[in-house]
Design a protein around this ligand. Structure first.
Ligand SMILES: O=C(O)CCC(=O)C(=O)O
Length: 105
């Protein structure tokens, strides 16, 4: 679940191809088609106004954010829910996705 707090002035568009994978299938052919632009028809853009709330199956939906342009920060709350309590994201993975500023938090 994401909650837009402060959109980028330019860029920072959140796009996803909903349900592009399943628990039982990585669906590599479809994923490849999306990544190479052959299935742009499956991509949806999500609202970027402050307060925009998006609930989606992130593990099963390819998603990306276009480059943020300009000096203003794009601030997004990202809430990830697990089936069991106590599960946290791998700090190295988080640093790869969100930047080294997340290390140690
Ligand atoms: O920044 C966003 O708009 C989406 C972030 C996201 O979905 C993620 O970090 O997995």
């Amino acid at each position: 679940m994401t909650l837009m707090i402060q959109p980028a002035v330019t860029g920072g568009i959140f796009e996803m191809s909903p349900n592009s994978r399943t628990t039982s299938s990585e669906n590599y052919d479809h994923v490849s088609d999306v990544l190479t632009g052959k299935r742009d028809d499956t991509i949806v853009s999500i609202g970027r106004e402050p307060g925009a709330l998006c609930i989606f199956k992130g593990c099963h939906s390819l998603h990306r954010v276009s480059p943020v342009v300009g000096d203003e920060l794009r601030i997004m709350g990202v809430f990830v829910y697990e089936f069991s309590p106590g599960i946290v994201g791998d700090p190295k993975v988080n640093a790869t996705i969100y930047g080294p500023r997340t290390l140690g938090h």
